[in-house]
Ligand binder design. Structure first.
Ligand code: UDX
Ligand code: ADP
Length: 456
C-alpha cells in the first residue's frame, strides 16, 4: 500500500466518494471514520446507511480489502497521509446568522481533532461545502500553537448529485481542486490530481486557487437552483395564460446558449445543498456589504418557498376551498427519485401545510419512509405511512405527487381511481405522469404550469 487516505464523515458525500476512490485506486488504503457508530456498522453491513443505485456493488468490491470503516478517529488521523473532511455543515439554527450561515461547529471540531492527533505532515482536503475562505480558518487552527507538523489545506468540492452519485463519481463533468501557489501547495495539488487521474482524464481535472474552488461550489449550486426557480416562476404565469411550461422549457432549452437541463418545473427543489448553499452565499454577500447581490440570490430561495405554498393553495382551491377531514395520499417524500434522502424535501412543507389545514395524510415512498417518519414525528395522529401506494390511495380524496419515482409511472391508475373517494383529484408536483390518460380515467388532474384537466 502506498498511501493512506482518511475521510472524516461517512455521510452522503464521504461514503460514496471514498468507496469510488478505493475501487479506482487499489494501491491506496482508504479509511472512513464517523462519530456515529450505527452509521459505521451499517456501512460494514448489507444494509448501507444510504440508498444510492450501484453503491452497494462498489462498496462490496473493496470493503475490507482497501476500504475500511471505523469510529477510531484518532488512529485514523495518526495513520493518514491525506485527510478528506466530509462532516456535515448544516445551516445554523441559533445565534448570529441563524437560518442563513453555515454551522461550522462539526467542521471546527474536526480541525482540532486533526491537529491533536497528527504526528506527521498531512494534506487536508475540504470536501464538505463551506463558506469561501473557510480553508483560511482551517489553516489557522491547524497551525496554531507549536508547529511540529505541516498541513497543506486543499479545497476539493464534490459535485455529485444524489440518486446518480455513482455515475457522477465515475464520470464527472469535472473535478475541481483548489490549492495555494506555494511549493508545498503545488505538490499537494499534484498528489490529489494523481489520485483522480486513476480514472478521470487530466483535461477534466481543474486546478484553481483555494478561494475560487470554494466559491465555485456555491456558485454552481446557486446557478442550478436559479434555473429551477426561474422556470417555476414562469409556471405560475403559464397557469394563468394557458401557455404550457413544458413547451416553454423545450423551446428555450433548444437555444444552445441556455441548454435543456434543469428546466423541469416542479413543486420546488429540495436536497441538502441548494437552499443551504444559497443562504450561505447570501450571508457571505451581506457580510461583505453586498446587499444587492445578497438580495438577488436570496430571491431564488424565496421563489422556491412561493412555489411550494402555491402548490398547497392550488390543492385547497380546487378541492372546493377545504381539505379539512379529507384523506390525501402523498406519493413520494424523498426530495428526488432514487434516494431515500428527505432533507429540505418540498414534501415536508407541503405536508405540514396540509396538516395545518386539517387534512389527514397517508405518505407513501419506496425508500424514504423512515426519514419521513422522523421529519413528521411531531404530527402523530395526523399522518400515517404505507409503503404500498395502492393502499395509501384507498379512500383518498386526492393524490399529491411529490417525488418523480419511476415506479409511479407504472402504477395501475384505473385500480387506484376505483378505490378513491370521488371526485378524485391528482396534483402532479413533478409533471411526471400521463395527464391525459389520468383525465380519461376520471381524475381531475392539476399539473404544474399547465392547464388543469378537470371534469368539474
Ligand atoms: C445538487 C447538485 O446537482 C450537485 O451537483 C451538488 O453536488 C449537490 O446538490 P442534489 O441535491 O443531489 O444535487 O440533486 P439535484 O439533482 O440537483 O436536484 C435538486 C432538487 O431540484 C431536487 O429536489 C429535484 O427534484 C429538483 N429539480 C431538479 C427540479 O425541480 N427541476 C429540475 O429541472 C431539476
Ligand atoms: P453530507 O451530505 O455532506 O455527506 P451527512 O450528514 O450525510 O452530510 O454526513 C456527515 C457525517 O459527518 C455524519 O455521518 C456525521 O455523523 C459525521 N460527523 C459530524 N461530525 C463529525 C466528527 N467530528 N467526526 C467524525 N464524523 C463526524
Amino acid at each position: 500500500m502506498s498511501k493512506t487516505i482518511l475521510c472524516i464523515g461517512a455521510g452522503y458525500v464521504g461514503g460514496p466518494t471514498m468507496a469510488m476512490i478505493a475501487r479506482k485506486c487499489p494501491g491506496y488504503r482508504v479509511h472512513v471514520v464517523d462519530i456515529d457508530a450505527d452509521r459505521i456498522r451499517a456501512w460494514q453491513s448489507d444494509q448501507l446507511p444510504i440508498y444510492e443505485p450501484g453503491l452497494h456493488e462498489v462498496v462490496k468490491s473493496c470493503l475490507n480489502r482497501n476500504l475500511f470503516f471505523s469510529t477510531d478517529i484518532a488512529r485514523g488521523i495518526e495513520e493518514a497521509d491525506i485527510i478528506f473532511v466530509s462532516v456535515n455543515t448544516p445551516t445554523k439554527t441559533f445565534g448570529q446568522g441563524a437560518g442563513m450561515a453555515a454551522d461550522l461547529q462539526y467542521w471546527e471540531k474536526t480541525a482540532r481533532q486533526i491537529k491533536q492527533h497528527s504526528r506527521s505532515d498531512k494534506i487536508v482536503v475540504e470536501k464538505s461545502t463551506l463558506p469561501v475562505r473557510t480553508a483560511e480558518a482551517m489553516e489557522r487552527i491547524l497551525h496554531s500553537g507549536e508547529r511540529t507538523v505541516h498541513f497543506e489545506v486543499l479545497s476539493n468540492p464534490e459535485f455529485l448529485a444524489e440518486g446518480t452519485a455513482i455515475k457522477d463519481l465515475e464520470n464527472p463533468d469535472r473535478v475541481l481542486i483548489g490549492g495555494h501557489s506555494t511549493d508545498s501547495g503545488r505538490r499537494a495539488v499534484a498528489e490529489l490530481v494523481s489520485i483522480y487521474a486513476h480514472w478521470i482524464s487530466r483535461e477534466r481535472i481543474l486546478t484553481t486557487n483555494v478561494w475560487s474552488s470554494e466559491l465555485s461550489k456555491l456558485a454552481a449550486n446557486a446557478f442550478l437552483a436559479q434555473r429551477i426557480s426561474s422556470i417555476n416562476s414562469l409556471s405560475a404565469l403559464c397557469e394563468r395564460t394557458e401557455a404550457d411550461v413544458t413547451e416553454v422549457a423545450r423551446a428555450i432549452g433548444m437555444d444552445s446558449r441556455i441548454g435543456p437541463k434543469f428546466l423541469n418545473a416542479s413543486v420546488g427543489f429540495g436536497g441538502s445543498c441548494f437552499k443551504k448553499d444559497i443562504l450561505n452565499l447570501v450571508y457571505l454577500c451581506r457580510h461583505y456589504g453586498l446587499t444587492e447581490v445578497a438580495d438577488y440570490w436570496e430571491q431564488v430561495v424565496r421563489m422556491n418557498e412561493y412555489q411550494e405554498d402555491r402548490f398547497v393553495r392550488q390543492m385547497i382551491a380546487s378541492m372546493f376551498n377545504t381539505v379539512a377531514g379529507k384523506r390525501i395520499a402523498v406519493f413520494g417524500f424523498a426530495f428526488k427519485a432514487d434516494t431515500g434522502d428527505t432533507r429540505e424535501s418540498p414534501a415536508i412543507r407541503v405536508c405540514r401545510s396540509l396538516i395545518e389545514e386539517r387534512a389527514s395524510l397517508v405518505v407513501t415512498d419506496p425508500e424514504a419512509l423512515d426519514n419521513a417518519r422522523r421529519d413528521l414525528a411531531d404530527c402523530a395522529g395526523k399522518v400515517t405511512f404505507d409503503k404500498d401506494p395502492y393502499r395509501a390511495a384507498e379512500g383518498a380524496h386526492a393524490i399529491a405527487v411529490m417525488t418523480d419515482w419511476s415506479e409511479y409511472k407504472k402504477l395501475d391508475f384505473q385500480k387506484i381511481y376505483d378505490s378513491m373517494s370521488k371526485p378524485a383529484f391528482l396534483f402532479d408536483g413533478r409533471n411526471c405522469l400521463d395527464h391525459q390518460r389520468l383525465f380519461q380515467t376520471g381524475f381531475n388532474v392539476y399539473p404544474i404550469g399547465r392547464k388543469p384537466l378537470s371534469h368539474l
